[in-house]
Design a protein. Structure first.
Length: 383
């Protein structure tokens, strides 16, 4: 992690540390994440009630959209779009039949969506959406898009000339039910699971097509237990605001979490969304009280974690009570916890993370985390 010693906060610059992170594709942040779901209305209620999201915008029959319904939720800088189809033979329903509920769009905020499309497609990206100007009385947005791993796509969103709540075609979603936020602030990173021997292919895609750099690499010696293993490369854009770890399976005695995901998702896809908070104890306690289920961390983990991470501000007994893990790197420490899958298939889940200076991804917690995941796999009969 010595390459990270000059990084001090979230909005840092990596161009000098990683000169190969060519910023021909300047990304300002994550604009929104669109999840295809079987019932958008009910899913929206779940994310509001359990995660503390609030109503932002809506598109459906009442707004003139006849083929699908979308609810947009917001919490601080995070926007989730939950979309269902009205047409049983639509691409959305084909996606749901194949994958179940899951991330379809990782939208990236840019200054120039046309240039972003041109720069990526000329470097080999497969087009998904030609640059399109969408407008209403609030101005206009330009969007374009490219395919990535599996059926996941990136949409580039240029919205500097738009004053509406979300996008043209959406109206403000007025709701009497807006529970208190749980303290989620922004998307820290999003993890993609790909099949055997595809990690390097997609790491090269992000390097060559999107100008990303390899921030960290974990091999099967870093990420393994008695039974399973995986490998991962963390790719980051030039300013460090977008980070995409790419995981692939590795040989093990039993079926790894990556293999389980690929089996049930029927291909590559977004495994989890890591969302940041400034007070993880409050966030986790609130989410637990609202019904969110988190992975169980063996109590023995806390017998030695203090020796490994040193002094921290939090009370270790409270962290143990909530199941929050701790890890340290050269810049500081982080606290993290993982939900169980948020749908019936054991596929997509969320990570809650609080960074106290650390810029790493919890390598010291991998053993305990994966043993927890393996315990869930054993209960499902998929280990």
């Amino acid at each position: 992690m010595s390459d990270l010693k000059n990084i001090k906060n979230y909005d840092y610059s990596l161009e000098k540390i990683f000169p190969e992170a060519a910023d021909f594709l300047p990304l300002k942040g994550t604009d929104y994440v669109e999840i295809y779901v079987g019932n958008a209305k009910q899913s929206a209620h779940f994310y509001k009630a359990a995660f503390g999201f609030q109503s932002l915008a809506y598109a459906g029959l009442e707004t003139g959209t006849k083929d699908k319904t979308s609810y947009v939720l917001i919490q601080d800088k995070i926007k989730l779009v939950l979309t269902s189809s009205m047409n049983p033979e639509s691409d959305i329903n084909l996606h749901l039949t194949q994958h179940g509920d899951g991330v379809k769009v990782i939208a990236l905020w840019v200054d120039d969506a046309t240039k972003a499309f041109e720069e990526t497609t000329k470097r080999g990206a497969k087009p998904y959406m030609q640059p399109t100007k969408e407008e209403d009385e609030n101005g206009y947005v330009v969007r374009s898009g490219i395919h990535t791993y599996g059926d996941t796509v990136h949409i580039f969103v240029e919205r500097s000339n738009y004053k509406g709540d979300f996008l043209p075609g959406f109206e403000k979603w007025e709701s009497t039910y807006n529970p208190e936020a749980t303290g989620l602030r922004y998307i820290d990173h999003m993890v993609g699971n790909v099949d055997w021997n595809e990690m390097n292919t997609w790491a090269e895609f992000y390097k060559n097509v999107m100008g990303f750099a390899n921030l960290i690499t974990f091999d099967d010696k870093d990420i393994s237990t008695k039974y399973t293993a995986l490998m991962s490369k963390v790719m980051t854009n030039g300013n460090g605001r977008i980070k995409f770890p790419i995981n692939e399976p590795a040989e093990g005695v039993k079926k790894s979490q990556i293999e389980e995901y690929i089996d049930f998702y029927k291909g590559a896809g977004c495994q989890h969304i890591a969302v940041a908070t400034n007070d993880i104890e409050h966030t986790v306690r609130e989410m637990t009280n609202r019904g969110v289920e988190f992975l169980y961390v063996p109590g023995t983990y806390y017998d030695t974690v203090g020796d490994r991470v040193g002094e921290i501000e939090e009370d270790m007994n409270k962290l143990k009570e909530l199941g929050i893990m701790v890890d340290r790197d050269e810049e500081g420490y982080l606290l993290q916890i993982f939900t169980k899958p948020v749908e019936d298939r054991p596929t997509m889940f969320f990570e809650i993370i609080q960074r106290k200076g650390a810029q790493s991804f919890g390598k010291g917690n991998f053993q305990a985390l994966f043993e927890s995941i393996e315990a869930e796999q054993a209960r499902r009969g998929t280990l």
